[in-house]
Design a protein around this ligand. Structure first.
Ligand SMILES: [Zn+2]
Length: 281
């Protein structure tokens, strides 16, 4: 039983010689735990092809999924947060911003771009959850406001892709003011009769849900997204009751009348193109 016994001792493979898959090539689906190859993910619009789970993606991926030939012009790219309150928690807000910018390559939790979907012009503002939990600070609010101004001036429909934990605590009241500011701008967009589509993705919560995310002419969501205002634990403790099954999923929210459609990401571009054509006529 030679194969059963280890005959030569001390077999040591140096780290350089170990054969491992490079980082990020394989990923595990957070839902069904099956391995997903990176190229498969890209081909499948970052949806698990075993169980349909929609992986969390950022603005770069959404732009590549939606814009024709991934061609777009990014606008207002240089806006950066100040630190008006000189806020410090576990670290200084200015340090947190600098570290997150270095880590993510993003300037803040949102990017705005003008391009085409199915040949139709569109202005998209898309949030990035990797940047301090996709929190809504003054840069997020300002970029949305400027995107809406751009939409009004150029008569281009506006698509907002939300993905956020809510307001940015480090900017306190400055962050909360963005709710009123973006809502007021959306009222102007509506007066100008320029369409607004809101796309809610996993997760959309807090002040974002309570302002621009729910104000679309059409409100759509990706399947299985968490959509809510306060977290389930807080609500449970407040009302002292168990919450219904599926509470705060996109499907539950749609059933209760807050969403128009739930659209699979793999069909999103086609659906958006048909909405845009429909609203043009
Ligand atoms: Zn899966």
């Amino acid at each position: 039983m030679a194969w059963f016994k280890r005959e030569s001792k001390g077999i040591i493979t140096t780290t350089e010689e170990k054969k491992e898959a490079p980082d990020g090539i394989w990923n595990k689906c957070p839902n069904c735990k099956k391995p997903l190859h990176y190229t498969e993910q890209v081909e499948n619009q970052y949806v698990c092809h075993y169980c349909g789970y929609h992986l969390r993606i950022g603005s770069a991926e959404y732009f590549s999924v939606l814009f024709d030939n991934n061609e777009f012009t990014e606008l207002f790219a240089d806006l950066r947060s100040g630190d008006p309150l000189h806020f410090v928690d576990t670290k200084k807000y200015t340090d947190r911003l600098r570290d997150t910018q270095a880590k993510t390559g993003l300037k803040d939790a949102i990017r705005a771009a003008h391009g085409k979907i199915g040949g139709e012009d569109i202005m998209i503002a898309c949030m990035d959850f990797n940047f301090i939990g996709g929190s809504m600070g003054s840069v997020v609010g300002e970029k949305i406001a400027r995107s809406i101004d751009y939409s009004i001036q150029n008569k281009v429909p506006f698509l907002m892709i939300s993905k956020s934990g809510g307001a940015r605590m480090m900017e306190a009241a400055f962050s909360l003011m963005q709710m009123a500011k973006t809502s007021a701008k959306l009222a102007l967009l509506s007066q100008a009769r320029v369409p607004y589509i809101s796309l809610l993705t996993d997760p959309t919560t807090g002040g974002v849900t309570a302002s621009y995310a729910m104000l679309g002419d059409i409100n759509i969501a990706e399947p299985g997204s968490l959509i809510g205002f306060a977290g389930p634990r807080v609500i449970k403790e407040t009302i002292k009751k168990d919450l219904p099954k599926g509470f705060q999923t996109a499907e539950f929210v749609q059933e209760h009348g807050f969403l128009d459609f739930i659209v699979d990401r793999r069909e999103m571009k086609e659906k958006l193109a048909s909405f845009l054509k429909m609203m043009k006529n």
